[in-house]
Design a protein around this ligand. Structure first.
Ligand SMILES: NC(=O)c1ccc[n+]([C@@H]2O[C@H](COP(=O)([O-])OP(=O)(O)OC[C@H]3O[C@@H](n4cnc5c(N)ncnc54)[C@H](O)[C@@H]3O)[C@@H](O)[C@H]2O)c1
Length: 316
């Protein structure tokens, strides 16, 4: 039986991983600061499991670590647009929060138990964009916006703490995630919310930017596959093997919403602009696939159900 901390357990991706870990019988201590992006309704679901406990705290302020095998760190400020407006909380959570977790592991007494492994969720954005081909794990990091710079800083701290203090780690770098339970600031839930409100969907840079889509449940499965492998001190990319322009994503959302994509452009404002916009992200995840992981969900098969979910679920 594994004992794991899952930070950001009430967020989008952390909740998918928490559900899978609980179903596997892991002892899970969920940690969440409960920011605007958290869904507190999830606590009711998770607390039906006798193997779940919860602590409301900021990872930056966590003072004590109970014995555990892994700290799986999903907690972060995750929205690029917010980071462009003000990056303070991004530095606090995505940099200083990671440093605190590293130091908690570093100072953990080892007389009774081994130090846990930090399993950190990073992002494809740390590499910056790529017009052709796909990034591999050894590529240099070249982030383009305050969010991705803070995430890259977190990855760098882990590399340094591993080398200097012998901290064991895994870094996982996923592409864009989709699925139920995402806060409506990200493309899919925000588009549906705008359609519900009769407002246009605002696409940055004419909708040309290209993203690779991965279901949050496939990301959760990737975390468990890496834990099962027993590998440590490795970086893994994880991609959905499914890329499309943001305009194409929005066309599919509109088709699922109305049952047709005829005249879909009338629901879209194409001239929104985002500073530092990355043109395309792409990851090579052969290293992870060599462990036997494969994505199980297909974007085109899932999108109808996901649009229905957001159509019927209002989130402030
Ligand atoms: N969403 C994506 O498409 C995507 C893609 C690649 C990587 N990631 C990374 O995956 C992780 C999870 O992303 P998400 O989309 O689920 O985020 P999210 O914004 O939906 O959820 C983040 C959760 O973490 C909590 N949190 C934030 N700061 C905290 C802190 N300092 N201490 C404790 N809890 C805190 C929030 O309350 C929330 O419940 C992030 O590290 C993000 O950088 C996300």
């Amino acid at each position: 039986m594994k004992i794991v901390y899952i930070t950001g357990c009430l967020g989008f991706m952390g909740s998918h991983a928490t559900r899978r870990a609980l179903q596997r019988g892991y002892m899970v201590r969920g940690i969440d600061k409960i920011t605007y992006a958290a869904n507190i309704e999830l606590l009711e679901e998770f607390q039906t499991y006798s193997n779940f406990t919860f602590e409301r705290t900021d990872i930056k302020d966590l003072k004590r670590l109970y014995d555990c095998d892994y700290i799986i760190n999903f907690a972060a400020e995750s929205h690029v647009g917010n980071s462009i407006v003000n990056s303070d909380e991004f530095i606090e959570s995505n940099v200083l929060g990671v440093k605190n977790l590293l130091d908690l592991i570093r100072y953990k007494p080892t007389n009774c138990n081994e130090r846990p492994i930090l399993f950190h969720i990073s992002t494809d954005e740390v590499y910056g964009d790529i017009s052709h081909g796909a990034h591999v794990e050894t590529d240099i990091l070249k982030p383009s916006n305050p969010y991705s710079a803070a995430k890259a800083a977190g990855d760098m701290l882990i590399n340094a703490w591993a080398r200097t203090y012998d901290i064991k780690y895994i870094i996982l770098r996923p592409t864009n995630n989709y699925g139920p339970g995402q806060y409506p600031e990200k493309l899919i839930p925000l588009s549906v919310k705008n359609l519900n409100r009769g407002k246009k969907i605002r696409l940055h840079n004419q909708g040309h930017p290209t993203r690779n889509w991965l279901h949050a449940d496939d990301t959760a499965a990737a975390v468990l596959a890496i834990i099962d492998s027993g590998n440590i001190n490795e970086i893994y990319n994880v991609a959905g093997s499914f890329e499309q322009t943001n305009a194409e994503t929005v066309r599919k959302i509109i088709k699922a919403y109305f049952g047709t994509d005829k005249n879909w452009k009338q629901y879209v404002e194409f001239n929104a602009f985002r500073e530092g916009q990355d043109v395309r992200y792409a990851l090579n995840d052969r290293k992870l696939k060599n462990l036997g992981w494969q994505p199980q969900k297909n974007f085109d098969e899932e999108i109808q159900e996901i649009v229905n979910y957001y159509k019927n679920k209002f989130t402030w």
